[in-house]
Design a protein around this ligand. Structure first.
Ligand SMILES: Cc1cc2nc3c(=O)[nH]c(=O)nc-3n(C[C@H](O)[C@H](O)[C@H](O)COP(=O)(O)OP(=O)(O)OC[C@H]3O[C@@H](n4cnc5c(N)ncnc54)[C@H](O)[C@@H]3O)c2cc1C
Length: 374
């Protein structure tokens, strides 16, 4: 492992088979084998100018990012999990509790510095290396070069209401039907996700709407079931209040859904519920970006469904196959799935051909290569 503290350390380390590691969370272990570059020494964060642009070292993790931006009264829409790396998250998209309002993390990216395979250090944005800049927004980690710095157009840090409910007494089938018809169409300021395990159903999310409006919208969805709301939390405090079960060793398979699951599929999923089903609401600002505007191709989806269990648990495949009957066939690049038959279409859909051309232009000798790489 090579510890990088500067861009010149990265340049000096550039060799075939190099793999940068940000948070080290890649579900396919892509930052764990090869010549691993530990980027954690490049974690400086500052905010300057108007609009207020955050410059973030590629080794920073989300907990650091939220805390540092908070001191400027700013934030970015990004994921849960304090130890997730900003680079890995952004390069594959970046789904989070402010995403229905402000889009993916990569939608706020306005520029990046990248060390290419030939050791050139390039700046990219809409005007400089525009193809590379397009590709960095959603194609997935370590495809074209080692990113050393990311620049984001920040948003004001909102005050939020934290939403959590352990629901008892509502049949799971009714809950899934109601959630999938409601959550993806809720106002942008309200994100409510649903997880189901054999013995419990949990709703969790965030609202930037006022508390009374939040309460009344939730009532539309689950009537008077007890939902715990904690209003008046700055966004960074809300994020750290949710533990993320993906922090443990798990196996995950997932898929996007552009339409609701049928009653039949719901019933089959629930009859065979052995692990955890996690439903994440999409829609809102995620879908107000054209599919070809960035490399992230999944702009018409209503929700993402994860099947999560312990490593090696075959239930994950069974449950995934059941839900796949109604799925859009598209898979989030940040949840790599080595069991996919056609990963190129699943991850990149109509953007794949352009990504292949960009790979050829920036990494013709495939320095950066791994199963399912572009
Ligand atoms: C606890 C937990 C919570 C999560 N929550 C969310 C969530 O809320 N929303 C969401 O969208 N996703 C979430 N994820 C998934 C997460 O987005 C991916 O696992 C992501 O790839 C992690 O990035 P990383 O930097 O932590 O991992 P790493 O393994 O370090 O990196 C992931 C990939 O990016 C590459 N990479 C890393 N740094 C660089 C760089 N500087 N330049 C080029 N390539 C680089 C790596 O080589 C690897 O291929 C979560 C994952 C976990 C484990």
């Amino acid at each position: 492992m090579i510890h990088c503290r500067s861009v010149s350390d990265v340049v000096a380390a550039m060799t075939r088979g190099v793999v940068p590691r940000g948070g080290g969370h890649c579900f396919a272990g892509r930052s764990s084998s090869g010549v691993v570059l530990d980027m954690s020494g490049l974690d400086r964060i500052s905010v300057t100018g108007r609009p207020q642009i955050a410059t973030i070292g590629a080794g920073a993790r989300l907990g650091q990012v939220y805390a540092a931006l908070h001191t400027y009264g700013r934030t970015i829409p990004a994921g849960c999990g304090d130890t997730v790396g900003i680079a890995g998250l952004t390069l594959g998209g970046g789904i989070g509790l402010l995403g229905r309002q402000h889009g993916l993390t990569c939608d706020r990216l306005v520029g990046a510095q990248v060390v290419l395979a030939d050791r050139r250090v390039v700046e990219c944005d809409r005007d400089r290396e525009p193809d590379l800049f397009w590709a960095l927004r959603g194609a997935g980690g370590c495809q074209f070069g080692v990113v050393t710095e990311l620049r984001f157009d920040t948003v004001p840090e909102p005050m939020t209401t934290r939403i959590e409910a352990r629901l008892a007494g509502i049949p799971f089938g009714e809950l899934v039907s109601a959630w999938q018809a409601w959550a993806p169409d809720a106002p942008d300021g309200l994100t409510v996700n649903l997880t189901l395990e054999p013995a419990q159903a949990v709703l969790f999310g965030a609202s930037t709407l006022d508390e009374a409006t939040t309460r009344s919208l939730l009532r539309e969805f689950i009537g008077h079931a007890g939902v715990e709301l904690r209003a008046g939390l700055p966004y960074h405090r809300l994020k750290s209040s949710f533990a993320d079960p993906r922090d443990l060793p798990v196996r995950i398979r997932s898929e996007f859904f552009s339409q609701s699951l049928s009653e039949r599929t719901i019933s089959s999923l629930l009859t065979d519920l052995e692990g955890r089903l996690a439903f994440t609401a999409m829609g809102g600002a995620y879908n107000r970006v054209a599919e070809c505007a960035t490399a992230f191709a999944h702009r018409g989806e209503r929700f993402l469904l994860e099947h999560v269990a312990e490593p090696g648990d075959p239930w994950v495949d069974r449950s995934w196959a059941t839900a796949h009957a109604d799925g859009s066939g598209r898979v989030y690049p940040n949840f790599p799935d080595l069991a996919l038959d056609d990963s190129a279409s699943a991850y990149h859909a109509g953007n794949h051909a352009r990504l292949v051309a960009i790979k050829q232009a920036y990494d013709p000798h495939r320095f950066f290569d791994f199963p399912q790489a572009i």
